[in-house]
Structure formats: structure tokens, C-alpha cells
Write a protein that binds this ligand. Structure first.
Ligand SMILES: NC(=O)c1ccc[n+]([C@@H]2O[C@H](COP(=O)([O-])OP(=O)(O)OC[C@H]3O[C@@H](n4cnc5c(N)ncnc54)[C@H](O)[C@@H]3O)[C@@H](O)[C@H]2O)c1
Length: 318
């Protein structure tokens, strides 16, 4: 009997996969206190992990642990060195959330471009006729978009951009021209040069030493005054101080942020009060459908691992 420790509740659809099995038992825990978790981890074979931290102290206490199944994609909450040392498998839910994040990008691009907040506010406040005094909004059709980072989310986003008749440019040094061309985009090699021509920029790359502060004042100051930038990837890709200044000086038109350098953001972060920014609380995957898919995939990855059929693409190379 394999024991699965589910750290923080997941959608019931994943749990049901275990209810149907005689060879697995499970326990769902909400308590994240170190001593409590150390005790629980000692005899479990698998862990389902959301965004809570799994540090070396916890991993080293898990003597039977064979697999950590991340409910999501990013693994910044797991001590990778400890996982590697103990030869534990770390899996992610590769099939669950790309379309959901791409939809969120569209929601942000459309909302900022069409000024939906202002429309809604005016009608609700009885200022319907104010419509003639409002600034005209923007269309996505026939506009240039740069998709920076062309992995699962970027590749899903391009399909939606094609549906909106956008001109699509892709910046990803690790994806070849043919792949991008076949999917309807044009590969670009120089971010700084391309960005000058873009109406929309959407970021879909990981946060690394190389990508940290990729969007800084130098880049922002080359962008069109009418351009809009969206970050649903990781905080830290955009320098928030520079972004705030660029918005205040109307160097760009607007920004949509689902992720922040610090989460939750510091209440004094000026972006929280900036009217030119649309914010969401790292919620790009927060749909009923996505949570169901993520939950099922998290548990299925554990079952597949013990049945020796876990797809290699779901395992993080350490
Ligand atoms: N907001 C959310 O809730 C949410 C949900 C899912 C994913 N994400 C984040 O979105 C990002 C993309 O996710 P994904 O599933 O598409 O990841 P992915 O690993 O499939 O794709 C990442 C892409 O970035 C490219 N890349 C790496 N370094 C680059 C660089 N320096 N310049 C340009 N491109 C570079 C890689 O070649 C790869 O194609 C990740 O950071 C992930 O953590 C956020």
C-alpha cells in the first residue's frame, strides 16, 4: 500500500482517483508547521504539493518518499538540491494550465485595451451619456504582439492571437524558426529591436538569473507610448519600479500583472494604486476547469509513477 500525503486540499476529482484504488491510501493535511509535516512525511511514499515550501529539512525527513507531484508548473517552492541528492522524482502538471493562462492574458489585453473598468463604472454611476467624452479604446485586430517565451503557454497563446487576427512575433532563443513559423509566428532574435514595433508584449519565460529584470527602463523606454505589457509568468521579469515610472510618464499605455516580485505585494507598492495597471492575485489558473485538470493530473502522475508509466516530459530534469 502506497501512502500519499496531500499537502493542502486539491480539487475532489483528483482525490477520487485514489478513492477508487485499493493499493493507495492518502491523507490531506492543511497544517504547514514544520514538526507536524516532518512527522507526516516520515512514512509517506508520495507527496502532492501546491505552493507551500518543501525545504531540505522536510525532504530529508521523508525516508520513504519517491515522488513529489507538483500541482502546477513552477518548482521554486521545492529545495531542488535536496530532491536531487535523495533521487526523488519531481513531476509537474504539464497538460493542465496553458490554455487557462493564455485566456487570462487575453482577458487582460482586452480589458485594458477596451477600457472595460471605465465603461462599467460610468454606466453603474448613471453616467451613460459620458460615453461621448471618454477616450476611444483600442482593438487587438491587426496589432503586433510579441510573445516572449514560447513553451506551453506561449504556444497556446499564439492560437488565440491568430483568432484575433494579430501579427505575431516570437522571442525564444531556444525554439527554432520552423516551429514558430509552422504555428503562425515570426521568430525574432533581438528583443530590444523588436519591442519598438510592438503593440502588445506578453511574457512566458521562467525567472532565472538571465531573465530577472529583463523588462527594465531601457526596454520600456523603447516601447510605443500606446503599447501594453502583460506578465502572467513570474514577478521579477519586469522591474516594478521602472514599470511604475514608465506608466506615470506615459512611456507605455498600460500593464496587466498576475505576478509580483514579492507575493503578496507590499501594500506600499505604488503599482497597487496605479490606474494604468490591471492586477490579479496570481490567479491566472483559477478556473473551476483548470483546478479540476490540475488535481487529476497531480494524482495521476503519482499513480503513473508507481506503475512505471509516468511520461518523461512531466519529470523535472535535475
Ligand atoms: N500565473 C500563473 O498562475 C502561471 C501558471 C502557469 C505558468 N506560469 C509561469 O509561466 C511561465 C511559462 O510557463 P510554461 O508552462 O509555458 O513554461 P515552459 O517551460 O513550457 O516554457 C518556457 C519557455 O521559456 C523559454 N525561455 C527560457 N529562457 C528564455 C529567455 N531567456 N528568453 C526567452 N525565452 C526563454 C523556454 O525556451 C521555453 O520555451 C513559467 O514561468 C511559469 O512558471 C504562471
Amino acid at each position: 500500500m502506497k501512502k500519499v500525503l496531500i499537502i493542502k486540499k486539491i480539487h475532489e476529482s483528483g482525490i477520487k482517483l485514489l478513492d477508487n484504488r485499493k493499493d493507495f491510501s492518502y491523507e490531506v493535511v492543511e497544517n504547514l508547521e514544520t514538526n507536524f509535516l516532518i512527522n507526516k512525511l516520515q512514512d509517506c511514499d508520495a507527496v502532492s504539493l501546491k505552493t507551500s515550501k518543501l525545504g531540505a529539512n522536510l525532504i530529508n525527513a521523508a525516508n520513504k518518499l519517491k515522488i513529489i507531484s507538483r500541482h502546477g508548473i513552477g518548482c521554486d517552492n521545492v529545495d531542488l538540491e535536496a530532491v536531487k541528492k535523495k533521487k526523488i522524482i519531481l513531476s509537474i502538471t504539464t497538460n493542465a494550465n496553458a490554455t487557462t493562462v493564455a485566456e487570462h492574458v487575453f482577458f487582460m489585453m482586452l480589458s485594458i485595451s477596451r477600457g472595460t473598468d471605465t465603461y462599467d463604472k460610468n454606466v453603474k454611476e448613471g453616467k451613460f451619456l459620458n460615453r461621448n467624452n471618454l477616450e476611444l479604446s483600442k482593438e487587438l485586430s491587426n496589432k503586433n504582439i510579441l510573445i516572449a517565451g514560447f513553451g506551453r503557454v506561449g504556444k497556446n497563446l499564439i492560437k488565440k492571437c491568430i483568432g484575433f487576427d494579430m501579427n505575431i512575433f516570437v522571442y525564444d532563443p531556444f525554439v527554432d524558426e520552423k516551429t514558430i513559423d509552422n504555428l503562425g509566428g515570426k521568430k525574432v532574435d533581438n528583443l530590444q529591436n523588436t519591442i519598438k514595433e510592438m503593440d502588445y508584449i506578453s511574457l512566458h519565460m521562467p525567472l532565472t538569473d538571465k531573465t530577472k529584470n529583463l523588462i527594465n527602463m531601457k526596454v520600456l523606454s523603447s516601447m510605443k507610448n500606446s503599447s501594453i505589457i502583460i506578465n502572467s509568468s513570474r514577478g521579477g521579469l519586469i522591474n516594478e519600479t521602472d514599470l511604475n515610472e514608465a506608466l506615470n510618464k506615459s512611456m507605455i499605455f498600460g500593464a496587466g500583472l498576475d505576478v509580483f516580485e514579492e507575493e503578496p505585494p507590499n501594500p506600499n507598492n505604488p503599482l497597487l494604486k496605479n490606474k494604468k495597471v490591471l492586477l490579479s492575485p496570481h490567479a491566472a489558473t483559477f478556473t473551476e476547469e483548470c483546478k479540476e485538470r490540475m488535481s487529476k493530473e497531480t494524482i495521476q502522475n503519482i499513480i503513473d509513477f508507481f506503475e512505471n508509466k509516468l511520461d518523461k516530459s512531466k519529470i523535472i530534469k535535475l
